[in-house]
Design a binder for this molecule. Structure first.
Ligand SMILES: [Zn+2]
Length: 413
């Protein structure tokens, strides 16, 4: 089936959920003409707010780069949990797992170095099956503390990771008619690079937290459940989300205790991961420099993996976000791509519909150096303008609208 046909069908099904009479819909876009008056989801989306989103990113940056296996990472998990509780997203819970870092990689051989160099000549294959275009800048993780000029932040980020026990926190909005099924809405709270991990992934973590705040309002009821989870150890190889899959996959949909109506692990209906939500200044220029401002064409990139078992279901979920964006996002459009990779939705992609939401495509764009703050000391709250933060807010509007539709959210007054 063609992508455009699928998109048309999802638009139709979303419009069918709205309360507007069919006669009020224009045939071109099947959008209710008076949706501001009748659409409760519009009111839910309006409860998102740029200042609250920014304040949540700012709150996360007080823990520096939140590197996994450090006291500042554990303090950030505690802080996130306290915020979730203050929103009424209770009870909260934690996943506990053990992380032992792999031994350091041996230095590259001459042949490997040559292959890496060759990737920067001509048209390059990027991760996830993507193809890089245009000017490609080298990317990497900063490991040099001296590149952080802020002495206070440098000191905060100095304690190194210690192997051992790790935790990650979640809370759940329980569905009223189908508590045994849920969507997972996620971001990763750990970072690296000697900055504040404001964008990677304070921006995605804050988005998930703000959705938890809105959906926890007592006047919103959903038919199905929603789990808000902030993964740890993404930067070491998706270890926190892998631990979740290992521990919880077999528990799906089981009532426990029997007859209680409680489902500790509702059946997974879909996973929506948020990772780097703010910076879309375009492609590096020919001289390797970047635009100082958010490009006017900035967009929210929703990706599924075409080489996964659940590609068809994931694609459908991606279009649900694109359609929600058309309806609810105030400033920036959404684009769907087929090369989801390198984030916490990946361990789920052969088990359930799984997508990622980002500022850029991970493979062809971030992989080609479109985000010069990525894993660098410059990933600081103060680096970003309101136009950058607003892209994160638009991604929040996009996911909130889609999840509200998919879980049958209603306002109960
Ligand atoms: Zn990330």
């Amino acid at each position: 089936m063609s992508i455009s046909l699928t998109r048309f069908m999802v638009i139709g099904s979303l419009a069918g959920l709205s309360a507007a009479p069919l006669a009020a819909q224009t045939p071109q876009n099947a959008r209710p003409a008076s949706d501001s008056a009748v659409d409760p989801i519009k009111e839910m989306v309006a409860r998102l707010d740029l200042e609250q989103y920014k304040a949540t990113v700012k709150g996360l940056t007080q823990f520096g780069d939140r590197r996994q296996g450090t006291a500042r990472n554990r303090a950030a998990v505690d802080w996130i949990e306290a915020q979730l509780k203050s929103y009424g997203c209770t009870p909260t819970a934690r996943i506990t797992y053990d992380f032992q870092p792999p031994p350091p990689r041996p230095p590259m051989t001459a042949e490997q170095r040559e292959r890496a160099r060759a990737r920067f000549a001509g048209n390059r294959q990027g991760p996830g099956g993507s193809r890089m275009r245009g000017k490609v800048m080298p990317t990497g993780v900063n490991t040099d503390s001296m590149r952080q000029p802020d002495l206070k932040l440098r000191a905060l980020n100095t304690p190194q990771s210690v192997a051992g026990e790790r935790q990650e926190v979640y809370c759940t909005k329980v569905g009223t008619t189908h508590p045994e099924e849920m969507y997972i809405v996620s971001g990763h709270m750990d970072g690296i690079g000697w900055g504040e991990a404001a964008n990677d992934d304070g921006s995605g973590t804050a988005l998930v937290m703000q959705l938890a705040r809105v959906f926890s309002s007592p006047d919103i009821k959903t038919d199905r459940s929603i789990r808000f989870i902030l993964w740890n150890n993404e930067e070491t190889g998706l270890n926190g989300s892998r631990a979740y899959v290992e521990q919880r996959e077999a528990l799906q949909g089981k009532e426990d205790p029997a007859g209680s109506g409680k489902y500790p692990e509702p059946k997974w209906l879909g996973v929506i991961q948020h990772d780097m939500m703010m910076f879309d200044h375009g492609m590096p220029k020919a001289d390797g420099t970047m635009s100082k401002v958010q490009r006017p064409e900035a967009d929210v990139n929703v990706e599924f993996q075409s080489n996964s078992k659940f590609a068809a279901e994931s694609q459908k979920l991606a279009w649900a976000l694109a359609n929600s964006n058309d309806k609810y996002a105030t400033d920036y459009p959404a684009q769907v791509g087929q090369h989801m990779t390198n984030t916490d939705s990946q361990p789920f992609q052969d088990l359930v519909a799984s997508i990622s939401v980002r500022e850029n495509e991970r493979g062809a764009q971030i992989g080609a150096g479109w985000d010069p703050q990525w894993h660098q000391p410059t990933d600081l709250f103060k680096t970003y303008s309101d136009d950058d933060f607003r892209l994160g807010l638009n991604a929040a509007q996009t996911t909130l609208g889609a999840i509200a539709h998919l879980t049958g959210a209603k306002l109960v007054k």
